[in-house]
Design a protein around this ligand. Structure first.
Ligand SMILES: Cc1cc2nc3c(=O)[nH]c(=O)nc-3n(C[C@H](O)[C@H](O)[C@H](O)COP(=O)(O)OP(=O)(O)OC[C@H]3O[C@@H](n4cnc5c(N)ncnc54)[C@H](O)[C@@H]3O)c2cc1C
Length: 424
């Protein structure tokens, strides 16, 4: 784990540099959170707001992982909704309706309350990559409107798609005006600052090398130990955490983003007339949006075998130019990647390894809002309200107990099928 942020557009435009000490010696707290991304920081902040004493142990820097590198798309709901409905029935439907915009509410409330400048803009669109994808979008909008929860949704037919995106590749769109986009690293750093302001002790460069629950829960780093009543595992990228129920559950998958040079206002307006966050409707999807300084941040080319491409710029550029031929020749100032935490059922894994050891992971590339939902569910459980955690614990996950390398190869093979289907 590196102590510096990777060279991304986000790191280059961070509002602040987090500066927390390395853990030395023994510290006691009500809760020890392992991982300083959205999952960990959001949980810590939710707990501190309720008066708990909390320690966060981060192996590198706050926001160093996916939370400081992602597409910044704040999308409604969580991944795996069909699975939740089919496994939990009416209770699942109620849960999904209750949490659909909960992450948005938490994020917007914190931006206001703690004055976090993170370029939040409203409006997110899914664009139909194939004509047949429009029928899926149409039934989604109809179902949400029938449930009385669809006022923020708009269907855009093919003849009006240029109102949404300056590309000839798409066959219509659905806009969700309640969703949107933001600068994720600045959100994470702002939330960490707010948590520290409420007394949360954050330690950086303090990777956990061992932890346990039972009568005396603890987390050990190279130079110290935290003793706490509860432990929260929020650092999914560490294979050492994948034990017990988590064994064979999670397969990290590479996803990559390029940021163009700032675009002239005319070009930016042409490619994204409403400044929306946009994702296409493919399973192996492209996602893009404009930054506050009018760069196109273009992401995609998920690599399910978990091997990074040799040159991210040259891997993503052809697809970006295929979508937006106007950007031929535009300089790519930044290129970076990160790991998406895929679980096979697609439902985030939120639960307990032991009565006092909680985990939260597996957002499947849909984690900006979902981490905040998970943080609240875990904070609720620690403070005695178990209903939502119970529902997530009832989900039957699929595990591949074959080791991470083989699991990723199997996942890559499965995704190849979907990629081919996307192309038809
Ligand atoms: C390229 C990319 C694009 C994405 N785009 C989007 C998007 O547009 N919209 C969306 O909703 N989601 C997106 N996602 C997914 C989203 O970023 C993640 O789901 C979310 O950030 C996960 O947050 P987290 O806190 O669980 O994990 P992370 O942010 O990865 O945080 C985990 C932290 O744990 C720390 N850690 C690991 N091991 C240890 C240890 N042993 N001890 C202490 N600390 C440890 C790591 O250093 C890290 O900081 C994207 C992800 C990637 C990679």
């Amino acid at each position: 784990m590196s102590a510096t942020h990777i060279n991304s557009y986000y790191a280059a435009t961070a509002n602040e540099d987090s500066c927390h000490p390395v853990l030395q010696g023994t510290v006691r707290a009500d809760v020890c959170v392992i991982g300083g991304g959205f999952s960990g920081i959001s949980t810590a902040l939710s707990l501190a707001e309720r008066g708990y004493s909390v320690v966060v142990l981060e192996g590198a820097r706050v926001g160093w992982g996916a939370s400081g590198r992602n597409g910044g798309q704040m999308i409604a709901g969580i991944s795996g909704e069909h699975r939740i409905e089919s496994q939990l029935g009416e209770a699942g439907r109620r849960l999904l309706a209750d949490i659909r915009y909960l992450g948005h509410d938490i994020i917007e409330d914190r931006i206001r309350r703690y004055q976090i400048a993170c370029d939040l803009k409203h409006g997110w669109a899914e664009v139909a990559a194939r004509p047949r994808h429009m029928s899926g979008l149409r039934s989604y909008v109809e179902a949400r409107q029938a449930a009385g929860d669809g006022d923020q949704l708009e269907l855009v037919e093919a003849e009006r798609v240029s109102d949404v995106i300056g590309s000839r590749l798409y066959h219509g769109a659905m806009i969700d005006r309640r969703s949107g986009h933001l600068h994720p690293l600045n959100l994470c750093l702002g939330e960490a600052r707010a948590a520290a302001g409420l007394g949360v002790k954050i330690f950086e460069e303090s990777a956990v090398i061992g932890f346990g629950g039972g009568a005396k829960p603890y987390a050990d780093t190279a130079h110290g130990r935290v003793e706490a009543a509860s432990i929260v595992l929020a650092g999914y990228s560490d294979p050492a955490f994948q034990r017990g129920l988590l064994n064979g559950l999670l397969f990290p998958t590479g996803s990559y983003i390029v940021a163009t040079e700032p675009l002239p206002e005319r070009v930016a307006k042409e490619i994204s007339p409403q400044d929306l966050a946009i994702a296409d409707s493919n399973v192996v999807l492209d996602y893009f949006r404009l930054s506050a300084d009018r760069r196109l941040l273009f992401g995609g080319r998920c690599n399910y075998s978990n091997r990074d491409p040799r040159d991210i710029r040259e891997t993503l550029r052809p697809r970006m130019v295929e979508v937006f031929p106007q950007l031929q020749g535009v300089a790519l100032d930044y290129a970076w990647g990160g790991k998406i935490d895929i679980v096979l059922t697609r439902v985030p894994a939120i639960g307990r390894l032991e009565p006092n050891v909680y985990y939260m992971q597996g957002y499947c590339g849909h984690g900006v809002n979902a981490t905040h939902i998970a943080g609240q569910i875990v904070a609720d459980a620690i403070s005695g309200t178990m209903e939502r955690l119970d529902l997530f614990e009832r989900i039957r996950h699929v595990r591949l107990p074959v080791g991470q390398f083989l699991g990723n190869q199997m996942l890559a093979l499965g995704m190849l099928y979907y990629r081919l289907r996307d192309l038809i």
